[in-house]
Design a protein around this ligand. Structure first.
Ligand code: SF4
Ligand code: SF4
Length: 97
């Protein structure tokens, strides 16, 4: 099983999830170095429509990221509000990297 980031992440890019992940399996279309260097309050405006994705094949299901997310955007695979839709987007993103 994997944890999954839903579209509630869009506009946040807080990256608190990235900081707590023990296996560094969270990434997005924008370089994380660039995101972390930008002031937190500006990230959602600077990269509109952008969200991060967990690599479902690398996630070890530790659950550390979900409580760290200020947007409540992260769920266990079996508890996703929109079913497998967000998991499919995460798989597609990481497969294309
Ligand atoms: S998953 Fe949560 S903590 Fe991580 S970038 Fe998205 S909204 Fe922010
Ligand atoms: S559940 Fe654990 S391993 Fe998976 S993305 Fe979250 S922090 Fe990383």
């Amino acid at each position: 099983m994997s944890y999954v980031i839903t579209s509630a992440c869009v506009g946040c890019l807080d990256a608190a999830c990235v900081e707590v992940c023990p296996v560094d399996c969270i990434a997005g279309p924008v370089s994380l170095e660039e995101v972390v260097a930008a002031p937190r309050a500006e990230r959602g405006v600077r990269w509109p429509g952008v969200q991060l994705f967990i690599d479902p094949d690398a996630c070890i299901d530790c659950g550390a990221c979900a409580p760290a997310c200020p947007a409540g955007a992260i769920f266990g695979e079996d508890d996703l509000p929109l079913g497998a839709e967000d998991l499919g987007r995460a798989r597609a993103f990481h497969a294309a990297r």
